[in-house]
Ligand binder design. Structure first.
Ligand code: WT7
Length: 652
C-alpha cells in the first residue's frame, strides 16, 4: 500500500475539462446549498423521490445515536425504482443489459422489470412474506437478483443478500441471525467457465432446525439439484402462478429495507441495518451527482456483485431510482478471455465504469495491450471504490481505460454509510490521484486524534463523521449495544461522532487521503475480512491449537490473508507442514468462503505475545511482509520472533 510519504509527494493534478463541466448535472452550487442549510438540502434531495405521504420532519436526532430521517413520510422503495419511471413515460427505456458469463444475454426495460417485480411480490406474498419479514437472497449476478430484492422491498419486507461465494456455514449463521423465512437461490451460477452449485449449499445450510419455510430456486446453472417437497419451489413456477398486478403501498421512511452482514473486529459478522427514505435519497443523489448521470444517454456499469453494499447502492437502488440504463455481468473478468470486460464496454457502449482498485491493478499486470484491442471511446467517466487507490493505478486507469481524458472519481464509503461519503464531483473538483478528496455535499467529515482533538494537516488521525447523514446505518440487527459501542462510544462526548475505523489525513488543500483500517479488519480485494473471524475458523479445526491472522500488503489485492498456526502436539505427526497448510487453507474456505482463504499459512511452534497474552500482530506483519522485525521488547518471550523468522527463512 502507498505510504503517507509518497502520497504527500503526489503532485499530479487534473482540472475538469470545461466542456465536461458545462454539460455536467451537478455543480458547485450543491456545496453552497448544503453549507447554507444542510437539513433543507437533504430535504430537497429527498423530495426528488416519490412520497406516498410527504414528510414534514427532516431529521430526528433526539435519541442519539439512533437517527430518524423524514420519519413522518411514507414511500415505497420499489415504486421509486420502477413504476415511477413507467408512469413518467420511460417504460421502454432499458433498465438492465445483462450478460451471462457463457455469453448469453437478456435485456429488460423498465416496463418489463416492473412487471416482473409485481409478479415476484405477489409470489412472495403468497408464501406469507409481509412487512418486516426477512428474506435471504443467495444468487449469482442474474436479473432475478434485482427482481428479488425489489419484490421484497415492494412488500415492505427486509432482504438479507448473502454473497454467493460464502460457505454453507456463513449462510446458515446469517439466516439464523436474521431469522429469515424464505431463501431465494439458484440451482447454480457461472464462474470461470464452470457452474458452481448454490442450491446444494443452501440445502447444507438448512440442515436441522431452521426458520426457513420456503426455498425459491431460480434456474440458471442447469445443474442437478436435490429437492425437498413442500419447502422448495422453482422461481419460474411461483412466478407463473402469481397475479400480474400489484399495488405498491407506502411504508414509513424508517421501515427497514435491508440487512447486510459485514466483518467487524470480533468473530461474529454484524448485520448492518438500513432503512428506506434516507437510504434511497443518498444512494440516488450520489449516483446522480458523482457519476454525472444523464439517464437518457448514459450506460452505467458497476462491476460489484449484488452481495456487497456496492451492488446494493450502485447496481440496484441508486441507478434504478435514477432511471438509468445499466450493464450487469455475471462472470469473472478473465472468462473466457482476459479482455472480457473491455469487450463488454465496447458491445454495450458503456459510458460510466465503477470498479475496485484490485481489479485495476490486476489489469495493469496483464498489460495495456489487452484493453487497447477494444474500442473504449464510449467511456466518459471512471469510478473507484473499496480501498485506497494508489496514484499509479489511478493514472493507468485514466490513461489506458479512460483514453487519457476521463475524470476518475475515488469514492470512500462503507457498508455502514450506505452510500458515498467522500468523493470528487467530476465537473467541479480538480482531481488528485490517490486522494478520495472531499466530503459530498451535506456530509461533514473530521479527522481526529484518539482523544477527540482535531488533527492538523499533514498529520494522520481517525476518520469520523460529524452529523447524521440520511443513508447511515440505523443499527446492528438484534444488537443495539454493539452498534453504540462499535461506532459511537469512542467520541460520544464530542457530540456523538461516528467512528469509521479508518485512518486518514488531510492535506493543505483540505483533501482527504485514506490510509486503511486501523482495527483488526483486513481489506482484501476491496472486501472486508475480520482477522478474528478467520482465526476462529482456524481454531475450529481439531488439529489447531492456536492461530494468528494478519493482513499483509499485496501488490494486487491490497492486503492478503496470512495466518500463523500452531498445530496441536497430539496431531503433529499426522501430516507434513505442507499438508497442514493445504488442509487448513481448504478448511477456511469451507468455513467462511473462498474469499477468506489465506494466501499463506505458516506452521509455527510459538506466537509472539505480550506479557498480558495479547498477540503482537505488528511483528507477524513484519514477517509476512518480509521486513526487519520491529521492536520486540514488550514480548513475554523475546526469542519467539527469532525462532519464527529463522524457521520461515529456512523454508520449513
Ligand atoms: C471499508 C469499507 C464501500 C463499498 C465497498 C467496501 C475501505 C472503501 C475506499 C476508498 C480507501 C476505502 C475502507 C472502509 N474503503 N472505499 N475509496 N478509499 N478505502 O465496503 O466492505 O463496508 O468496507 O473499505 O477501509 O472502511 P465495506
Amino acid at each position: 500500500m502507498t505510504s503517507i510519504d509518497s502520497l504527500l509527494t503526489e503532485t499530479r493534478r487534473f482540472a475538469p475539462d470545461p466542456e465536461f463541466t458545462a454539460g455536467s448535472v451537478a455543480g458547485r452550487e450543491l456545496y453552497d446549498r448544503a453549507a447554507d442549510d444542510r437539513l433543507a438540502y437533504w430535504a430537497d434531495r429527498a423530495r426528488e423521490l416519490h412520497w406516498h405521504t410527504p414528510f414534514e420532519q427532516v431529521l430526528d436526532w433526539s435519541n442519539p445515536p439512533f437517527a430518524r430521517w423524514f420519519a413522518d413520510g411514507t414511500l415505497n422503495v420499489a415504486y421509486n425504482c420502477l413504476d415511477r419511471h413507467v408512469l413518467a413515460g420511460y417504460g421502454d427505456r432499458v433498465a438492465i443489459h445483462w450478460e451471462g458469463e457463457p455469453g448469453d444475454s437478456r435485456t429488460l426495460t423498465y416496463g418489463e422489470l416492473t412487471a416482473q417485480v409485481k409478479r415476484a411480490a405477489n409470489a412472495l406474498a403468497a408464501l406469507g412474506v409481509g412487512q418486516g419479514d426477512r428474506v435471504a437472497i443467495y444468487l449469482p449476478v442474474v436479473p432475478e437478483a434485482v427482481v428479488a430484492m425489489l419484490a421484497v422491498a415492494r412488500l415492505g419486507a427486509i432482504h438479507s443478500v448473502v454473497f454467493g461465494g460464502f460457505s454453507a456455514e456463513s449462510l446458515r449463521a446469517r439466516i439464523e441471525d436474521a431469522e429469515a423465512k424464505v431463501v431465494i437461490t439458484a440451482d447454480g451460477g457461472y464462474r470461470k467457465g464452470k457452474v458452481f452449485p448454490l442450491k446444494a449449499t443452501v440445502d447444507a445450510a438448512l440442515e436441522g432446525e431452521t426458520t426457513i419455510e420456503h426455498v425459491l430456486v431460480v434456474k440458471r446453472g442447469g445443474n442437478e439439484v436435490a429437492w425437498t417437497e413442500g419447502r422448495d419451489l422453482w422461481w419460474d413456477d411461483a412466478m407463473a402462478d402469481a397475479d400480474l398486478d400489484h399495488e405498491a403501498k407506502g411504508f414509513d421512511a424508517e421501515n427497514p429495507l435491508f440487512i447486510l452482514y459485514t466483518s467487524g473486529t470480533t468473530g461474529k459478522p454484524k448485520g448492518i441495518l438500513h432503512t428506506s427514505g434516507g437510504y434511497l435519497t443518498q444512494a440516488a443523489a450520489t449516483h446522480h451527482d458523482v457519476f454525472d448521470l444523464h439517464p437518457e444517454s448514459d450506460v452505467f456499469w458497476c462491476t460489484a456483485d449484488i452481495g456487497w453494499v456496492t451492488g446494493h447502492s450502485y447496481v440496484v437502488y441508486g441507478p434504478l431510482a435514477n432511471g438509468a440504463t445499466q450493464l450487469m455481468y455475471e462472470g469473472t473478468p478473465d472468462t473466457p478471455h482476459p479482455g472480457r470486460w473491455w469487450e463488454l464496454i465496447e458491445k454495450y457502449g458503456v459510458t460510466i465504469l465503477y470498479t475496485a482498485p484490485t481489479a485495476i491493478r490486476s489489469f495493469m499486470k496483464l498489460g495495456r495491450q489487452i484493453p487497447q484491442k477494444f474500442d473504449l471511446s464510449s467511456l466518459r467517466l471512471l469510478g473507484s471504490v473499496g480501498e485506497p487507490i494508489n496514484p499509479e493505478a489511478w493514472v493507468w486507469y485514466r490513461d489506458v481505460i479512460g483514453g487519457g481524458s476521463t475524470p476518475v472519481v475515488d469514492t470512500w464509503w462503507q457498508t455502514e454509510t450506505g452510500a458515498m461519503m467522500i468523493s470528487a464531483l467530476p465537473g467541479v473538483t480538480t482531481l488528485k490521484p490517490g486522494s478520495a478528496q472531499v466530503p459530498i455535499p451535506g456530509v461533514k467529515i473530521d479527522i481526529l486524534s484518539d482523544d477527540g482533538a482535531r488533527v492538523d494537516p499533514p498529520n494522520g488521525g481517525l476518520l469520523t463523521v460529524r452529523d447524521p447523514w440520511p443513508s447511515m446505518l440505523r443499527g446492528i440487527w438484534g444488537d443495539p449495544e454493539r452498534f453504540v459501542e462499535t461506532y459511537w462510544e469512542k467520541f460520544r462526548d464530542d457530540g456523538w461522532r461516528y467512528f469509521a475505523g479508518d485512518g486518514a489525513h488531510v492535506d493543505e488543500d483540505g483533501d482527504i487521503w485514506l490510509l486503511g483500517r486501523i482495527d483488526d479488519v483486513m481489506n482484501v480485494s476491496g472486501h472486508r475480512l475480520s482477522t478474528t473471524e478467520i482465526e476462529s475458523a482456524l481454531v475450529g479445526n481439531p488439529v489447531v491449537a492456536e492461530a494468528a491472522v494478519v493482513g499483509a500488503s499485496d501488490e494486487t489485492t491490497g492486503q492478503a490473508v496470512v495466518a500463523f498456526v500452531i498445530v496441536k502436539q497430539s496431531h503433529r505427526e499426522e501430516h507434513t507442514d505442507d499438508e497442514f497448510v493445504q488442509l487448513l487453507r481448504a478448511h477456511v474456505a469451507q468455513a467462511i468462503g473462498a474469499i477468506a482463504r489465506p494466501r499463506d499459512i505458516y506452521i509455527v511452534t510459538e506466537l509472539p505475545k505480550t506479557r498480558s497474552g495479547k498477540i503482537m500482530r505488528r511483528l507477524l506483519r513484519d514477517v509476512a511482509e518480509g521486513r526487519a522485525i520491529g521492536d520486540t521488547t514488550t514480548l513475554a518471550d523475546t526469542s519467539v520472533m527469532q525462532i519464527i523468522s529463522d524457521k520461515l527463512r529456512s523454508g520449513a
